[in-house]
Ligand binder design. Sequence first.
Ligand SMILES: C[S@@+](CC[C@H](N)C(=O)[O-])C[C@H]1O[C@@H](n2cnc3c(N)ncnc32)[C@H](O)[C@@H]1O
Length: 271
Amino acid sequence: MSIDCSKINNYYGKIAHLYDETRPLPPEVSENICNSILELVEATPETKFFEPGVGTGRIFLPIIKKGYSYTGLDISTTMMNQLRNKFQQMPENLTLIQGNAANLPFEANSFDVILTTHVLQCLEDPLIGLNEIQRVLKPNGIYLACEHLHCSYQEEFYQGFRKIITKYQKETRSDRNKIFPFGAEMAANLTKMGATTGIITVAKWQQSQTVAELFEMYRSRAFGLCWTISEADFNAAIQEFKIWCNANYQSENTVLCDQLNFNVVVARNWD
Ligand SMILES: C[S@@+](CC[C@H](N)C(=O)[O-])C[C@H]1O[C@@H](n2cnc3c(N)ncnc32)[C@H](O)[C@@H]1O
């Protein structure tokens, strides 16, 4: 079974209004990430950025606000509308296009810098997405495969939820891509495809959330694990998850805290 783009579109359409609050990134952190990236790519006023899977513009909004030419593409117009709504007036330097990252509507050698965060895993074959990125990246362009991963307490919570919800899933997602395009694996793929690669951490910060806040995020059904589950099954799973939370944390007011890293696989000389 292939990944159905209309299903993905529909799914993100439903959760777009919850997306940023369920993937929190403090504005000052996103500012730091963007400043580091601008420095890393030695951006000039002529630098043209492109982000497939731009979503709500959650991470790279400061680059757009600084006036750089920025093209975002996403399968979901509802996600991109969240980005549009962050401006009173659509900025001239921002172009948003509805499209498929597996079949980019651009000529070869169009962009100086291409950024992705957590979109390639949505494709049936992430390698097709990478080939498309390589095609539209200018010679001497830079591709940045970014990762906003879980910290330890978020991962513990996620795994607790995953264990419960998968019992209710009738449709498994094991047919999805075999490569998980992050970190060292992503760097290895890009090296195999001819790029010079490195992995750097562009931001580190302390994140804290209460158990109640984390539980609410999962209760809002904002995560992909809940895509294929009926309302009744989801309600049963969330009741079970509530019991799991009570058993694992002292109180719903318990504050969990840990360091988060924003990592980037940098690919250069990818001609
Ligand atoms: C996990 S979200 C990441 C959004 C954003 N990059 C971020 O990190 O906040 C994945 C995004 O990719 C988009 N997407 C999924 N499949 C896509 C495809 N085939 N082509 C373009 N965008 C796609 C979704 O609509 C969604 O906005």
